[in-house]
Design a protein around this ligand. Structure first.
Ligand SMILES: NC(=O)c1ccc[n+]([C@@H]2O[C@H](COP(=O)([O-])OP(=O)(O)OC[C@H]3O[C@@H](n4cnc5c(N)ncnc54)[C@H](OP(=O)(O)O)[C@@H]3O)[C@@H](O)[C@H]2O)c1
Length: 331
């Protein structure tokens, strides 16, 4: 019976408009975020490639794009989107666009400015989701987005995450973002914000993949009605992870690829995924994850691969009092 239902879903998925079958995660403010989005960090610096990839992504059913001021690609994405809107391929309101406020814009009054900069480059008059990219504040006005001090560590300034969050709330009230959230925040930093906030963060975007399962932090977020987006959901597709015997076995048993199994493991935890690729076949592969189900046993085997192995460490900011990874991984 179970197999018949799964097969029926697969057939429907293949014969109908894919976008109808992309589930969403319900955010605490009543909005919905498509459970899969296109990651865009280091996707390309070529306009033609960006336009091609975004067009193909939309054809395959992606309706969610994850970018950030620091990726320095918002102008390219904006031009691609403008062309797509002009051609009536899709409407602005049918897309979910996330951007992130960079560390040099953490003073309350700078947050609105940062968001407007991103919106301008993207050519949109609102963001669906704006995130505080890191709980780390860097000195502004130095001409560098990653200013360094004499010790070659980041040139930090002391701004509390609560002040930056107030700037996020200001931007929300001005209508710049439909939802606001954070990224790379640990449980202590989330607790601080939850205490002071007029609006709760709807999402914490953090690194999650089979080698960094983040069970405790995900549980903490969920118990506070904060949804989770996984960045590096493919563990950057290193040889090690793509050839992991546990993952390859599960992939073979399900007639899927290791990348699809990694993404499926996350979405079955109700975690949003934003895999990045510029390759046509992988754009299709990564979204083709709604026609199979991992068993409880398979889910557990993947959890057992956890080794708290972080890819994104930001160690140049390790001396910053708000460095998020200084407390144990469990939080
Ligand atoms: N909030 C934050 O601080 C933060 C930090 C990091 C990332 N992010 C966001 O999360 C997104 C995803 O993370 P990420 O790009 O670092 O890592 P990722 O999505 O885990 O991995 C991307 C790598 O996997 C390859 N790949 C993609 N699909 C594949 C497939 N089906 N099979 C084999 N290889 C595949 C890509 O190569 P090709 O492109 O050559 O296919 C690329 O090298 C970013 O793009 C960004 O939007 C946020």
């Amino acid at each position: 019976m179970y197999q018949i239902v799964i097969t029926l879903i697969a057939v429907l998925y293949q014969t109908c408009d894919a976008t109808n079958y992309i589930p969403s995660v319900n955010l605490v403010n009543g909005k919905k975020i498509p459970i899969i989005g296109l990651g865009t960090y280091a996707l390309t610096s070529d306009q033609n490639v960006m336009t091609k990839v975004i067009n193909e992504a939309i054809d395959f059913g992606y309706r969610h794009i994850d970018t950030a001021y620091i990726y320095e690609n918002e102008e390219l994405i904006g031009r691609a989107l403008n062309e797509i809107f002009q051609n009536n391929k899709t409407k602005r309101d049918d897309l979910f666009i996330t951007s992130k406020v960079w560390n040099t814009y953490h003073k309350r009054e700078q947050v609105v400015e940062a968001m407007k900069l991103s919106m301008n480059m993207l050519g949109v008059d609102y963001l669906d989701l704006a995130l505080v990219h890191w709980p780390l504040a860097y000195r502004s006005g130095t001409g560098s987005l990653r200013p360094l001090n004499a010790n070659n560590m980041t040139d930090d300034i002391n701004i509390s995450v609560v002040e930056t969050w107030k700037g996020m709330e200001d931007a929300y009230k001005l209508g710049l973002a439909k939802s606001i959230g954070v990224s790379n925040f640990n449980s202590q930093q989330l607790t601080l914000i939850l205490k002071e906030a007029f609006l709760k963060p709807v999402i914490n975007q953090i690194e999650v993949h089979p080698y960094l399962s983040q069970e405790k932090l995900v549980e903490f977020c969920k118990s506070n009605s904060i949804s989770v987006t996984a960045y590096c959901p493919l563990g950057k597709a290193t040889k090690e992870i793509l050839n992991d015997p546990v993952l390859t076995d599960i992939a073979t048993n399900n007639n899927k690829t290791v990348a699809q199994v990694m993404l499926r493991w996350l979405i079955q935890r109700d975690i949003v995924v934003i895999p990045k690729t510029s390759k046509t076949n992988r754009l299709s592969e990564n979204i083709n994850i709604f026609d199979f189900q991992l068993t409880d046993e398979e889910m557990k085997s993947i959890f057992s691969l956890n080794k708290n192995q972080r890819i994104i460490t930001s160690t140049l900011s390790a001396n910053n009092p708000n460095y998020p990874f200084a407390i144990p991984y469990r939080r």
